[in-house]
Design a binder for this molecule. Structure first.
Ligand code: ADE
Ligand code: ZN
Length: 342
């Protein structure tokens, strides 16, 4: 199939997006608007400067920039604006369902009360469905820089406010020097409260922390998880248990988590039979979108159209959406495959 046809094929596939951070989804225009409202907060107010601000030296530098932008989001109305923009972009990529990572403790630190955040998420979710036809779910993630108290507060937000669409508990931020196992009691409490366990692990470190996410936290999917690629026994466990990795190739390139796109381990993970969903992570900051992730998976990483369709199917199966929506997605994927001879 010629490259242009593969692009048309993947664009036509009904998709889900299971790894997308609220603040990282903001377009350049949205961030410029917020930065001009708060010019003292150190985020460029000029488009070219903002692009340069988004040239990340390494993962810690990326996190510094992410939190600087996060500090611009100061009201519930800002959150609704971000969700409106994210859902509009998702709709153009033929995404019907997305799980968005929200970091309530960081939002609280920027002046948004838990009550206001919960209301904004409820409003934004209704808007996304009514205006853009995209269903949203929430993963409330702690930031490892805020440690166990931060994740405990995150869990309290999720349990006590539980806005419509609440899916699970996550854990993001820096990984080096952090032991996921320390967070096990909080993920156990989350599970008891009916929340799914959806941490990042193995984004910038090796397989040990993916093991810990699976063994100690009970991860049902793993954010990134690319550190698993060097450990065949771990890949076998992920494949056998059907634990889906949320792989974000362009993110990993932009944050220098991988040395180059060509060296990305996605093909090894797919070849090992591990379910994979492709995602954008922080598309506004990484200058990417879901079509680009599928395109590079084909053009640079050599995945075939049939493998890309399987990735779309794996996403539908791993999404915590309604069974009806999952069935519609899977039927739609089969129809697009038939129409394109895949
Ligand atoms: N917060 C926002 N984006 C993140 C990422 N890619 N990894 C960890 N924490 C994050
Ligand atoms: Zn992430």
């Amino acid at each position: 199939m010629p490259t242009t046809d593969v692009a048309a094929f993947t664009a036509a596939l009904p998709k889900v997006e299971l790894h997308l951070h609220l603040v990282g989804s903001a377009s350049l225009d949205t961030v410029l608007t917020l930065a001009r409202r708060h010019p003292e907060r150190g985020v460029p107010t000029d488009r070219d400067e903002l692009r340069r601000f988004y040239a990340f030296r390494d993962f810690p530098h990326f996190l510094d920039v992410y939190f600087a932008v996060n500090r611009l989001v100061t009201t519930g109305a800002d959150v609704v604006t971000l969700l409106d923009g994210a859902a509009a972009e998702l709709a153009t990529r033929n995404v019907r369902y997305a799980e968005i990572q929200v970091t309530p403790v960081r939002n609280l630190g920027s002046g948004i009360s838990f009550d206001d955040l919960a209301q904004a998420l409820a409003d934004g979710r209704e808007l996304a469905a009514a205006k853009h036809g995209v269903e949203l779910g929430w993963i409330f993630d702690g930031d490892t820089a805020l440690g166990l108290p931060g994740l405990e507060q995150t869990l309290e937000f999720a349990v006590q406010h539980r806005p419509p669409g609440t899916v699970g508990l996550g854990l993001g931020g820096a990984e080096i020097g952090v032991r996921r196992a320390d967070y096990a009691p909080l993920f156990a409490r989350a599970r008891d409260a009916g929340l799914h366990c959806l941490p990042h692990a193995g984004e910038t470190v090796g397989p040990e922390e993916v093991w810990a996410a699976v063994r100690d936290l009970g991860a049902e999917r793993v954010g990134h998880g690319i550190g698993a690629a060097t450990d065949p026994a771990l890949l076998d466990v992920l494949a056998e248990r059907g634990i889906t990795l949320e792989v974000c190739p362009m993110s990993n390139v932009r944050t220098a988590a991988v040395p180059s796109l060509a060296e990305h381990p996605l093909p090894r993970i797919v070849a090992a039979g591990v379910p994979v969903t492709l995602a954008t992570d922080d598309p506004g900051m990484f200058d990417t979108d879901l079509d680009t992730e599928y395109r590079v998976a084909h053009e640079v990483l050599g995945l075939s159209p049939a493998q890309l369709a399987d990735i779309a199917r794996a996403g539908a199966r791993a999404a915590f959406c309604s069974p009806q929506l999952r069935a519609e997605l899977l039927t739609g994927i089969d129809e697009v495959c038939a129409a394109h001879g895949v």
